[in-house]
Design a protein around this ligand. Structure first.
Ligand code: NAD
Ligand code: ZN
Length: 259
């Protein structure tokens, strides 16, 4: 294992690098994954609720589910892996964190260190699938940060757009929807330019997210994978480490600054 850790550290010292994360990185923060028992809410599967059709049919029910998920995630804090990734990416302008997670924990971790980095560049990290803590207007598409408790007791009390008064929806990418262009471009630009790619806590079964790692690899990046289980990316990884993210990620990311 130690040889693997040394190898991973050497690879991830590259300045041009991308990290792709999935729900596994937030498990140690207490955020349930979709595939676990905790993923079940009143016997609905996420595939039945996280769709445009479900929202058209019953926006109250869909918002109730999101209110419940927000309530769980609100109690969760970034763990050592989110923090190490934030510092690693803020250490160099060429490192990008791309996440499939909607829990906002990468953004929270970045905020812990961003003060010192006030001058640092573009929107990071990239939340490919949106965020539980953002809402978007169904009419004018205005977006806003939305952290207040949701009253989903009736359609009348659901969140409304401050601009035009129309119903808002969670600003997350639902099954059957396309990803946002800007997020996709940012992720694939980073992948194409990367010399190193770290993949943490994703089963790599959701597209196009998993392709971020594949594109990085095809563009010449060496891949490091952190996941207790093997995935379709394991066979193209240069180093594959089968330990939990919170324990391993801080050990394999070289950090310039202390704290
Ligand atoms: P997934 O559930 O398909 O896979 C999770 C992976 O994490 C598995 O391969 C598992 O072996 C690994 N894992 C479990 N514990 C880990 C740990 N402690 N350290 C490292 N790895 C660990 O998740 P996915 O690939 O992200 O795809 C699921 C989809 O569900 C995504 O589209 C995502 O948007 C959504 N989702 C997000 C959240 C969140 O925001 N936290 C939670 C549930 C689902
Ligand atoms: Zn509006």
């Amino acid at each position: 294992m130690d040889a693997g850790i040394r190898r991973a550290r050497e690879i991830l010292s590259e300045d041009a690098a991308v990290a792709l994360t999935g729900s596994g990185i937030s498990v140690e923060s207490g955020v349930p994954t979709f595939r676990g028992e905790e993923g079940l809410w009143r016997r609905f599967r996420p595939e039945e609720l996280a769709t445009p059709a479900a929202f058209d049919r019953d926006p109250r029910l869909v918002w109730e589910w999101y209110a419940w998920r927000r309530g769980i995630v609100r109690e969760c804090r970034p763990n050592a892996a989110h923090r190490a990734l934030a510092r690693w990416s803020l250490d160099s302008g060429g490192r990008t964190v791309v996440s499939q997670n909607v829990d906002g924990l990468h953004v929270d971790a970045h905020r812990e260190f961003a003060d010192e980095e006030a001058a640092s560049g573009p929107d990071r990290p990239i939340e490919l699938h949106g965020s539980l803590f953002r809402a978007r207007c169904t009419a004018c598409r205005a977006r806003r940060r939305s952290t207040e408790p949701i009253d989903a007791s009736s359609v009348e009390t659901l969140p409304r757009c401050p601009e035009c008064g129309a119903l808002e929806r969670p600003d997350v990418v639902w099954f059957g929807e396309s990803l946002e262009r800007k997020a996709l471009d940012g992720a694939f630009d980073a992948a194409e330019g990367a010399r190193a790619c770290l993949v943490v806590g994703t089963s790599a079964r959701v597209q196009p997210a998993a392709s971020v790692a594949i594109v990085a690899s095809r563009s010449g990046a060496r891949l490091v994978e952190v996941n207790p289980e093997s995935t379709p990316l394991t066979r193209i990884a240069t180093v594959s480490l089968r330990r939990p993210a919170g324990e391993l990620v801080p050990r394999i990311l070289p950090q310039r600054r202390s704290g």
